[in-house]
Design a protein around this ligand. Sequence first.
Ligand SMILES: [Zn+2]
Length: 199
Amino acid sequence: MKKVFIVTFAVMFALANNVSAKVISNEKIDAQKVETASKIIADLQKDMQSFTEKGSGPFVAAVYDDKGNLVVKVANSVVNEKCSNNHAEMNAIKAAEQKLGTFDLAPYNLKLYVTAEPCMMCLGGIMWSGIKEVYYGVPSKSVEEITGFDEGFKPHWFKEFKKRGIVVYGNIEPELGEQELTRYVNNGKKIYMPSRESL
Ligand SMILES: [Zn+2]
């Protein structure tokens, strides 16, 4: 029932403001947050190509403080750094914690913006980091359809994050991100997955 309400509200909001009808959240949608996130995520999506040309994976994340200042911006580095944990979100959290000299980001009221929906590993990483707000572009379903990545199982994560005081907004400006993911696949770049086989 609550989900129906949120989706209905999102559609009403979208119709009123001429933005993507697919924006979803685990709070009452705040137009200012959506507008800010749309700009930031569109910029991150534009950065995807330059990162992948340097060997990064096709996902980019940034952390901003509550005054709107950029703290860090990084890409996925699973292939080029040979580490399966190096998703964009995990790299962003690590870089922010190192920059601020802490393992607890909660007192800083930070926001994480990422070009695609976090996978099951990154949801854990976000939960443990103290990040307060998460904004993503391309939904996992589209990521899986375009790339074949396995995003994992993530039951009721909007609700679970809400219980832990973490705000989530999803499906923000997904079209450009989907185009970049498609280009990554069409260019024959590495689709990294565990092989599930022995050597
Ligand atoms: Zn991930």
